[in-house]
Design a protein around this ligand. Sequence first.
Ligand code: SF4
Ligand code: SF4
Length: 402
Amino acid sequence: MSRKRLPQSIKKLKASAEELYGVRGKQLKRFSEKNMAFKKVSEDLGRPWFEVWSQKMLGQYKKGQIGDKVHVASVKEARSHVALWVGASTWNRLTMPYGEGHENEGFLSWKPINVPPPFQGNPESDPDPGDLTKKVKQIARFLGANRVGIAKLNRKWVYAETCRNIYSPDTPLTKKIVFKDVKEPDETENELIIPDRVRFAVVTIMDLNHILASIGSSSVDTSVATNIGYSRMGLTDVALAEAIRTMGYTAIPCKNSTGLSIPMAIDAGLGQLGRNGLLITPEFGACVRIGKVLTDMPLIPDRPIDFGVTEFCENCMRCAKTCEVGAISFDKRSTEPPVETGNPGALKWYVNGKACLNYWIDSGASCTACQAVCPFTQSHYEVLDPSVVWEMEVAPFGIENR
Ligand code: SF4
Ligand code: SF4
């Protein structure tokens, strides 16, 4: 698909994500993490989904495969791909895997970790929001983000509750996420408390390696692409939070925890929602992961953008045709999700999260086909031979790596 056939101009909108989703003034229930696909599929299986997924992946490796349909030359060769995957997952694991269910845990602490005490809770007087916005964006870029935007925090996008046992089939262990007039973020036996004055999200974009994301359609290598994204996200979110705290402000690093990343990224002017249920960015298409740090730092929010994604998706259907399990809708946008892993009431293309995750389990990998195939991604989707991994020009962390 030629870039010329894609919409070319980017407009800044007055409408917020709340208006784009058609939920302004309506009672949209805040989403609960207990309805995430990871939890619901684990409940269906009666076992942690990740355990079943890992067993499948290891079983395939012993047959010289790195995916349900992806063969390599030998078991030895398959092991090298698995080694890359374990390496790629490492910083993701250390910074609390993926984030969901880990609010205020480990490196996702809501309190300073290594900030010198004189700087904590002690901002300079007479702050200049324009200057702080410029500085915080530049810091995020240096720390690993490909793109950064500022969203005015809409509490509709903050989860109603965390789910502490999100990969377990057991009864959900939930804890409410509430806003209160308190000085610092806090956690009690029943609540995670965000200070009322936390009014912004610094949203970060991590570009995924487009070639890795194309090997499969679902393979250990596509999981590598995803995990490098989460590793970079963890390093960036945690370090950015520490930098914001050193400026004297509150910072809540999230990864996938605490709230919905896509609407926050839309509010931050970083992209639009696609038929594949993912953020489509002008620079990297759908091949991204989204981090976020919530803060009370006085900042200047960005505006949502429109570069023609909705109209293009209405006719394109490429992701829906590519998805092997029919998880992506061919229909018009709707306010009703097909399964309980979606939050009803927002006008959008809902994805069947359970069908998608079950495909990941069946393929022993994390599928990225609907990201790689999207014309906005401009990927090398045709590249299917896993040996390309060992010949690839490798870009350092934080640099565009197509
Ligand atoms: S990730 Fe794969 S299975 Fe899931 S919706 Fe996209 S194409 Fe379908
Ligand atoms: S593949 Fe086509 S329909 Fe799907 S998200 Fe991309 S542009 Fe939209």
